[in-house]
Ligand binder design. Sequence first.
Ligand code: ADP
Ligand code: MG
Length: 540
Amino acid sequence: MTDTTKKIKFEDLGLSERVLGAIYKKGFEEPSPVQALTIPVMLRDDTNIMAQAQTGTGKTAAFGLPLIELINTKEKNVQALILAPTRELAIQVSDEIHSLKGKSDLKVIPVYGGQSIDQQLRRLKKGVHIVVGTPGRVIDHLKRKTLNLKDIDHLVLDEADEMLNMGFIDEMEEIMKYTNENKRTLLFSATMPAKIKSLASKYMGKYEVLKVKKQTLATNLTEQIYYEVKVSDKFEALSRIIDIEEDFYGLVFCKTKNDVDNVATHLAERGYDTGAIHGDIAQNQREKILGQFKKKRINVLVATDVAARGIDVNNLTHVINYSIPHDPEAYVHRIGRTGRAGNQGTAITFITPREYKKLMFIQRVAKTDIKKSKVPNVKEIIATKKKMINEDLIAMNAGEVKDVYFDWAKKLLEFNNPTQILGNLLSYCFDEELDPNIYNEIQELSGKKEKGRDKGRAIDVDGKSRLFVALGRKDKMHAGKLVQFIIQNTGVKNKKIQQVEVYDKFSFITVPFKEAEIILNRFQRKAKNRKSLVVRAKAK
Ligand code: ADP
Ligand code: MG
């Protein structure tokens, strides 16, 4: 087994300046182990290679970069065929090579079933150097003689184990018959089961084995779960996950910069110590936020994949996929941030019912197990909060509490019932924190509403919420003035506020979920022991 050496640079691998430029532009800082192993061997001579490295370790660039160097763009013929198991992977490999080719004239196209064959034909005719294809569609083209593999120099079998798992052995063998004897064959795989070895010995003649040791930090220390939630419930689910954890320290991944901003803003409004990083945030600002995160001054960091790349933070308790990652590799990358250095971590992926198929694809390709679970319910969260309060109270040492408090306590207990007094005190301190009404309803996607605490709650009909406002006629409010007051304080549009009812000491309004969220956040208690001005209405 070849071990990998640390601190190898891309410059050490024999790549040209032009390709190096493209690599840095793409944002790769140093070669991954499989790249450090493979690139020099591929550039050295034309040996066949069988390379094994875990999913998400950069195998595409490991063969893609040398191919970019080796292909003669002055010629117009197909010089390399890359076989990939699925259309997603074919597209991904093609995109990755395209993004690494820099200013080269290299032409690479994906060819897969489901896409119009005529369109593929036109592109093939124009002259293509690298074809990345799924086995079935490649055979179609070979039979139609629209693809000629007689002159190829390189045949890459990417994700070879997956291709065999999917039963493509016959197709692979057939495709090989259309190629010439002198090409080199490069096999890349995450695992090396016996059937891969027999395939190699049958078709590859002599070959070199390049193997990257499996890193234990991968996914096995990470508990992986997913929740099915509506998009509009994701934020509530996130809040609950954070609240139920005694020491939450996690990364929250969102798809877009906008999502990152929204989630981080909402979190901050709800009182969490949070920060956001994405491509539009200046580098020095990003570093500052990252610094705070590393020091745990903030414990929830919201990020895009790109911004989070290369973040090296240990001991995360959680990685939350607020948006499902776009591919299995991104999933492995993201969740690889928990469970590091021997610490157990939890990765939670939010999916909408439509994303279920995608999750299963990720699970299959990443060869991992993601279990369905339920968003913590409010009862559980409150029980956890109480437990934490208890622990804090019990853990406080005599030295930390000033004498005046002991004297005070003694006096209070002299003439009062201790249970009553302690009860009062707990209620005085924690009423707000333990108020179930700070949580919003989450709709169970199985169709049933959440049981338990929500029984006593105003039922939200048609995506609307009824809100209770602690202002009434005695505060000189009337309907118009109340609406104005809400608009001025929250920016919510006039027409969204409906069914305004003003009573002596309080009022009610009805607004859509989104606006309710905005209003509730805006009027959340500012001082610890004050009631919020607006809360969800209780059921009548
Ligand atoms: P594999 O085929 O081994 O599963 P991929 O080639 O799909 O992995 O790479 C996974 C991800 O890692 C891709 O998003 C790719 O752009 C990225 N990547 C590859 N090499 C590097 C590198 N040297 N530095 C940073 N990111 C990299
Ligand atoms: Mg791959």
